[in-house]
Ligand binder design. Structure first.
Ligand code: CP
Length: 317
């Protein structure tokens, strides 16, 4: 059985992106493919884009789509094996995944990290437990360490907005925030960019280096200005510390990109997965710039999910 949980789920990345661009030309071309098939979307955490775009992708393929906010609407799940369930959890993931498999042909699951126990989060215990007990293909709708559908949408967006032959310079830059956020989006973006035909670098303050397995061959800068020189795409995102897991070490320099950066870099296109806190993580000047790709990224979330779903239904993933 094939699951979609990371870039490693893909046999041929270039072929998948090209397939996505073909699918985008006519989103209803395969509306008979999913007839009488059910897509279940299970959210343990909130969502706007992933929820709506995944529903839309399933419906475009003719699937029935059922959505549940399992964090609030369903019984609380237990993920540990062999224990006595005498605390707050009411249903073991073993039953939940097997029962959902009776109703669904494909299941999407969103399960954020707790940001408390790094080993637990980075072992992907929740997603892997669900997959172990599921009897149908599972698609990650964002897990403890990755957000692969977002990364596929980001890669599609970069390809569409880069008409040149040379590889674009893509820089992932850390940005400020008032809340500790997971490393899923930057981890995943780094993993996909390292597998894509781009020149990739990461800019983050000291104390915010991503896990080495996600940094891969990317050059890491602790000086944002130096990293962003001649960048073609700048991906803005906050994340909490991997090293001091889930913490937000003090940052002295100003990492919020503003109007002066937009004006002095007219060739640079700006990206963010959204949601974004305006003027805290990303300034109005970038978000409202003509060079902002954030809504194109959001549109491509449907294309990404539809591409993955089609591959799963056709058993070509
Ligand atoms: N980018 C993204 O995954 O958005 P949601 O959390 O709203 O789904």
């Amino acid at each position: 059985m094939t699951h979609f949980t990371s870039v490693h789920s893909i046999k041929d990345l270039d072929a998948l992106v090209n397939q996505a661009l073909e699918i985008k030309k006519d989103l209803f071309a395969d509306e008979a493919l999913g007839k009488r098939k059910t897509l279940g979307l299970i959210f343990l955490n909130p969502s706007l884009r992933t929820r709506m775009s995944s529903q839309k992708a399933g419906m475009n393929l003719g699937m029935q789509v059922q959505v549940i906010n399992a964090g609030t609407d369903a019984w609380t799940w237990e993920f540990e094996d062999g224990g006595v369930m005498n605390k707050s959890t009411s249903e073991h993931v073993k039953e939940a995944a097997k029962v959902l498999s009776q109703y669904c042909d494909v299941i999407g699951l969103r399960a954020f990290p707790g940001l408390i126990d790094r080993n637990y989060d980075y072992s992907e215990h929740v997603l892997n437990s669900f997959i172990r007990h599921a009897e149908v293909p599972v698609i990650s709708l964002e897990s403890a360490t990755r957000h692969p559908l977002q990364s596929l949408a980001d890669l599609i967006t970069i390809k569409e907005n880069w008409p040149h032959k040379r590889a674009p310079k893509v820089v992932l830059t850390w940005a400020p925030h008032s809340k500790a956020l997971p490393q899923c989006v930057p981890n995943s973006f780094a993993e996909w960019m390292n597998a894509a035909p781009v020149e990739f670098a990461i800019a983050n303050p000291e104390g915010y280096d991503l896990a080495p397995e996600f940094v891969g061959s990317a050059k890491v800068y602790h000086n944002q200005k130096e990293a962003l020189q001649e960048a073609d795409f700048v991906y803005v995102k906050n994340w909490s510390s991997f090293e001091t897991y889930g913490a937000m070490p003090c940052v002295k320099d100003d990492w919020l990109l503003k109007k002066d950066f937009v004006e002095s870099n007219p060739q640079t296109q700006f990206m963010h997965c959204l949601p974004v806190r305006r003027n805290l993580e990303m300034s109005d000047a970038l978000l409202d710039s003509e060079n902002s790709l954030v809504y194109k990224q959001a549109y491509n979330r449907t294309v990404a999910m539809q591409t993955v779903l089609k591959s799963i239904l056709e058993r070509t993933l």
